[in-house]
Design a protein around this ligand. Structure first.
Ligand SMILES: Cc1cc2nc3c(=O)[nH]c(=O)nc-3n(C[C@H](O)[C@H](O)[C@H](O)COP(=O)(O)O)c2cc1C
Length: 185
């Protein structure tokens, strides 16, 4: 069975290796109209406080949904190692401006522009209104949000021609540690 530490090590690797398939994560939120999923990039991983870190725009739907319900699911797939990781936890935006500024400083300028659109992401583009695509770099930092997911449970499925392996890794508040068990795949 994969240990919980192994999984965290892989997550850390994914956050620093641009080619690691776990770097692209499906983030699922609970909306008023039902669940919604979208891809986000895994920017940082902090096993010590069970945290996965993402960047997004303050004006996006996902943040409105998280404000209503902070429970999120995350889905990762590594086709090379044939590993699926399902994660659930609680999402919250980073409140410490100094921390956000440090992340912002690491975002290349070309990517910083993504946060500077005058109109919020998802605004319909009406013909003849190219103004919706204007951007203002000064506002970009203001829209930039560091989104944390505090992991409560992970489930790894290792596909294998001879015998698939499945394990659940749940954080126990009572004992302050991870509890892992193997499951029938
Ligand atoms: C490979 C890939 C990576 C993406 N990375 C991010 C990201 O790190 N942060 C983000 O907010 N959106 C990212 N997006 C765009 C989102 O999938 C989504 O379209 C956008 O955030 C709006 O989602 P929402 O309206 O549900 O909030 C990425 C899309 C793709 C295809």
């Amino acid at each position: 069975m994969h240990s919980t530490d192994d999984i965290w090590r892989q997550l850390v690797r994914a956050s620093v290796d641009r080619r690691h398939p776990w770097r692209v994560v499906a983030l699922c939120t609970q909306g008023a109209q039902g669940p919604s999923a979208r891809n986000v990039i895994l920017r940082k991983v902090r096993p010590e406080d069970r945290r996965l870190v993402f960047y997004t725009d303050a004006r996006t739907l996902k943040l409105r949904e998280i404000a209503e319900c902070d429970r999120v699911a995350l889905l990762l797939w590594d086709p090379h190692h044939r590993q699926q990781l399902r994660v659930s936890g609680r999402a919250f935006t980073e409140a410490d401006d100094e921390v956000v500024n440090r992340h912002w400083a690491s975002v290349p300028e070309a990517a910083q522009r993504d946060y500077g659109t005058a109109a919020p992401p998802g605004t319909p583009l009406t013909s003849g209104d190219a103004g919706n695509l204007d951007f203002n770099l000064a506002m970009a930092r203001h829209h930039f949000v560091v989104l944390n997911a505090e992991v409560a449970e992970m489930e790894l499925l290792q596909l294998d021609r001879l015998q698939h392996q499945r394990s659940r890794h749940a954080w126990s508040e009572a004992s302050g540690r991870w509890e892992a068990e193997a499951l029938v795949p």
